[in-house]
Design a protein around this ligand. Structure first.
Ligand code: GUN
Length: 289
């Protein structure tokens, strides 16, 4: 029986935010400029509102400026694009994040394409996605970046390891596959049409759940000793009728099989905002030099 280690993303993110706070203070002293992060929220999706509130709070705690723009759910695409263009032109704004999902009548790709790639702290612009794919300096999506930081902290070098990413979204799966490739992993990007997914997962030294399906990845899909990163945050109703958060991995079943695993909550989630703050400081630095 393996002793499964818990990967404490919350503690790692706290350490990272404390370090960033020092770096932000030094940057302000050196340049006289306070890095600014603008967050655009369209509509009233409750989960998005919680994320945006947390982002604003942690941006201020790191010593950066937080600029929040809330538009009604009926805002037109032209209104959203006009706001993004104004933020592109504003020298006090170094990072722009448009919270997804956007209401259905707005073309998200058109909005993301309008963000200045130099201010694209989510790394969702095709220029940043392309730069990542060809190995140039890029602003890298925050959740995948946080996953790789936790993996390197847990395992050291990732070179030569078999990594299986379950989920092929533009936000997590695809950029994470690129980052793992950059770390010299052998990468499999699995998805809903993958044949014999359990067998594919059993090959993984590094197994990543990023599909958004509660507890889909079972204990017997995990190779003994593998490192498991659970990106899923799914709200379910438990047997007691109460709501709770679970990941994409059956956490209890993984105990005694996985070598190490991230919990939900407290694993990958806190890393996303910490990486967003790091990207904002990076973007500010590049814009001033
Ligand atoms: N919605 C869920 N995750 C994210 C994210 O990382 N960035 C943005 N902009 N929206 C999201």
């Amino acid at each position: 029986m393996i002793e499964t280690r818990l990967i404490d993303g919350k503690a790692f993110a706290e350490t990272m935010r404390a370090r960033l706070k020092g770096e932000v203070a030094a940057f302000i002293k050196e340049t006289g400029v306070t890095p600014g992060l603008a967050v655009v929220l369209v509509g009233e999706d409750p989960a998005s509102a919680v994320y945006v509130r947390n982002k604003g709070k942690q941006t201020l705690e790191a010593g950066m400026a937080s600029i929040e723009h809330k538009l009604p759910a009926e805002a037109t695409q032209d209104e959203v694009l006009a706001l993004v263009r104004a933020l592109n032109a504003d020298p006090a704004v170094h990072g722009i994040l448009v919270q997804l999902p956007l209401p259905g009548h707005i073309d998200a790709q058109a909005v993301l394409a309008t963000i200045d790639p130099a201010k694209d702290v989510d790394g969702f612009h095709v220029v940043n996605a392309g730069r990542l794919a060809v190995g140039l300096d890029a602003l890298v999506p925050c959740t995948p970046l946080g996953c790789v930081m936790l993996l390197k902290d847990t395992l050291g070098s990732l070179a030569g390891l078999e990594a299986v990413v379950v989920g092929r979204s533009n936000i997590v799966g695809k950029p994470l596959a690129q980052l793992l490739l950059r770390e010299d992993c052998t990468v499999t990007l699995a998805h809903s049409r993958t044949r014999d997914l359990p067998a594919v997962c059993r090959r993984a030294d590094i197994l990543i759940g990023a599909v958004g399906r509660p507890e889909m990845i079972r204990g017997d899909w995990i190779k003994p000793g593998a490192t498991v990163i659970d990106v899923g945050i799914n709200r379910i109703t438990g047997a007691d009728g109460k709501g709770r958060l679970v990941g994409d991995v059956a956490f209890e079943e993984a105990q005694g099989i996985a070598g190490a695993i991230t919990p939900v909550p407290g694993g990958v989630g806190p890393m996303t905002i910490a990486c967003l703050l790091a990207n904002t400081l990076t973007a500010a630095r590049r814009q001033l030099t």
